[in-house]
Design a protein around this ligand. Sequence first.
Ligand code: GLU
Length: 305
Amino acid sequence: MKPVGRFAPTPSGRMHLGNVFAALLAWLSVRSRDGELVLRMEDLDTQRTSGEFARILREDLTWLGLTWDRETPAQSTRGQVYEQYFHRLEELGLLYPCYCTRSRLHSADAPHLSDGTYVYPGTCRHLTEQERAQFHRAPAWRVLVPDREWVVRDRVQGESRWNLARDCGDMVVRRADGIYVYQLAVTVDDGESGVTEVVRGMDLLSSAPRQMYLQELFGFDHPKYAHVPLLTAPDGRRLSKRDKDLDLGVLRQNLRGEQLIGVLACCAGLTEKPEAISLAELTAEFSWEKIRREPVYLDPKWITG
Ligand code: GLU
């Protein structure tokens, strides 16, 4: 079976190098096995995203040569589809309304794991109808999570074990303002587009077990996962959209597409030197075994042209 990969950017600004790094590896993974690549705009947050950013994003990908075979509808247009899946969870008896406010959830006495991750303690799980009626406001909706283990076998990070009851608690699937959350939207979109492999930044590794749980409830197969290392600045900080000097608008003024691809290929561990390379040559070189697992320090000398 041919692999189906995807690139799912959030059009909230110009792509930065970390985004391009993930896009390149998603592209190489499917192209090296004659697969298909799906593009999807993750614009659930309509305040921060725009059609103009989406247009520039497509243009930047095209400039790099990172082609896609089809683009599926942007998430902001899919509320009704997500609603159908939300009702399935309801039918399964797994949903309950949650009235906790943000400030309450993030207060100092709320339970947090040692890394600061918040774990929902189930405060609203057993509210009676009467107690619910006292809030006089629209609730968020949470899905019950089971106390069981999930094993993520990641092509880059290896095996990791998760238990959602311990790691995050019951998950919000719809916010109080009616917006469906990332975990639900991604699971539905990947599942409906027949995605067989997910390649994205390491910062999303903890989303894999959450999405695997929803895939099981919705009857989708689990895709293969590859969480690629984050690129870091000289001070060890991860690169982000705030690093304006590293967004594609600036990089395109200094470098040709093949130079940029060459730098990222070297960061990935696919080549020894950060020299210009064509996508065709790189496709022949690609294998997941070569990809580095640790965060990659990006030497600014390589990208200043
Ligand atoms: N939209 C997310 C981002 O731009 C990626 C989500 C995913 O690949 O699952 O960081």
